[in-house]
Design a protein around this ligand. Sequence first.
Ligand code: 13P
Ligand code: SF4
Length: 372
Amino acid sequence: MASIDEVVAGEILPAKEAISMLDQVDLGPTIDIPEIPPEADPDSTPLEERERMKKEIMRLKTERNAIVLSHNYVQSDIQDVSDAVGDSLFLAREGAKSDADVLCEPSVLFMNQILAAMKKPHQTVLAPDLGAVCSLAAHADPERIREWKANHPRGLVISYVNTYLDVKAESDYCCASANAAMVLEHVLTHSDPDQPILFLPDVFLGFFAAKFIEKSGYPLDRLWLMLGACHVHEAIRPHHVNEQMRLHPEAAVVVHPECGCTSACMRQVTTGLVPEDLLQFRSTQGMVKLVREVPQETIIVATEVGNLYPMSKAAPEKTLVPASREALCAFMKQNTLQNLYISLRDMVHEVEVDPDLAERAKVPIERMISIG
Ligand code: 13P
Ligand code: SF4
């Protein structure tokens, strides 16, 4: 067993070991976190100027036969001028089925790369800001995966959507938070019981995967995890959720499985402390659906706070309480109405990917798109 002092973020370990180290390893970001630009707050720009840019964006979309695909975390003004807003799986599916000439995606680079890998020859993929990357994706080093594969020749690699194309190219399957359980189920039922499975890079989602494997009656020994995390979600700890549950005892709770509170929250459910229907795990889009489905008036939301906007649009009558108001993704917030407008006006910044990597990455991406 590896000693805790030697273990660093990004390492690959047997699931049991990785889980036992969850709260002791420094899973902090290995890349710089940018400042959030002032324009990320819509109120920092005069209303007339915002309305003018929104009109221009709508005009440019028609002129260029473009669609705007936005992630749930980007600021409200951008969501309002988008053709589709959703989670990473939904955006990948919308991009793959679109025939528009231009796919402009305010989100982060790993999502843009999926569109670029899947695009049709006549299409151009644009990102308003190529600096919008991801601390979780940065934890996954393709070299470590190649090493693991060399040591486990019959091994299967499932990479979470939050990875770059060089990691996806090394993977057999890709999954998103919306279909992680379904992809795992598929892999378990389409592989031999002695085939090891590597799930990466998010260790909290890995914990979720481990519980799923155990619950489905498969041995946990098959599973290997990478010690990766998102700096925004990792910082949402059990005490954040517990405090909000104390303040709102009548509320339902919904948790993104990348959160640092995932394991503790799952334990609350499995030990019967909290009923299953009161504490659920969802992708960002799953949360938007859930808010309409649950009878509770108040919902505690454990994810990036941008997700409260599409949730509040889906159910304006409900009260949404962020588990942590500090859960802000500075990468997603690099997308502003200003740079979206410039992106469509000047056709910048084109997202280009290595054609060989794209070809290899398409296999796991297509599997992700088709499962669930
Ligand atoms: P979703 O697929 O749930 O939108 O998650 C993507 C992500 O980056 C969460 O931080
Ligand atoms: Fe990446 Fe975390 Fe931002 Fe999602 S919230 S894009 S996982 S850094």
